[in-house]
Ligand binder design. Structure first.
Ligand SMILES: Cc1cc2nc3c(=O)[nH]c(=O)nc-3n(C[C@H](O)[C@H](O)[C@H](O)COP(=O)(O)O)c2cc1C
Length: 207
């Protein structure tokens, strides 16, 4: 017998740290999605969060192509996913492909921060989704050429990830045992001392 969706959600929570944003602690990436639609109002809120992200020269180079389940766009994004991701992501209410302009609009020069800015906007989107009780799962596992052709994305845009957005589903609804066991794995992170440094190789002393 596997765990329920609620039990898994509880298991996946980061240990509470006072003062850290609740959405940061509660966000995690499921592979089981419930058959509930995301409302247009909630969809607007997650993109509002992306909209207010910082970007180099305030270029806002990101573009999000949104495929709601049952639409041609959802089918096109889904068909670009690698087999492993097709094994679970199709049940998400929305599939979103992130793209980003590699040229600054103000002078046409190369924007070396295009992917950085897209990632920042995507992170805001994912946290906003978590705070609305929605859930997201980012995927690098898709064929960029297939997605670019199917969605007619110009060559001067880089592609980021596909983000599955929806409501968490029951782990038992996943079709493979491997996916079910991955769904209930505890989340692990490096300690702060490994990546917060006072000098290269030296952990910053915190608290
Ligand atoms: C850029 C990026 C690419 C990812 N690609 C995939 C993917 O193709 N398939 C998948 O199942 N998970 C993918 N993930 C999900 C990560 O495995 C997951 O975020 C990570 O294990 C941390 O788990 P958490 O999001 O639950 O904290 C991706 C995440 C990111 C940020």
């Amino acid at each position: 017998m596997t765990l329920s969706a609620l039990e898994v959600h509880n298991l996946k929570q980061a240990p509470p740290v006072e003062g850290v944003l609740p959405a940061v602690l509660s966000r995690w990436s499921p592979r089981s999605f419930a058959d509930h639609e995301v409302s247009p109002a909630d969809l607007a809120k997650v993109f509002e969060a992306a909209r207010w992200s910082a970007s180099a020269y305030n270029e806002q180079p990101w573009r999000f192509i949104v495929g709601k389940r049952g639409t041609e766009t959802h089918k096109k994004i889904f068909s670009s996913l690698i087999g492993f991701n097709q094994g679970w992501a199709g049940s998400a209410s929305v599939l979103i492909l992130g793209a980003t302009s590699t040229q600054f609009a103000h002078n046409g020069s190369a924007n070396a921060y295009a992917l950085y800015d897209l990632g920042a906007a995507a992170a805001a989107l994912c946290l906003q989704a978590a705070s609305l009780g929605l859930t997201t799962h980012s995927m690098a596992g898709f064929d960029q050429d297939t997605a670019r052709k199917a969605l007619e994305i110009p060559g001067d845009y880089l592609l980021g990830t596909v983000i599955a957005l929806g409501y968490q589903g029951e782990p038992a609804a996943l079709t493979h045992e491997q996916l079910i066991s991955m769904e209930i794995l505890p989340r692990v992170r490096k300690p702060l001392g490994e990546f917060v440094l006072s000098a290269w190789g030296q952990p910053l002393k915190l608290g």
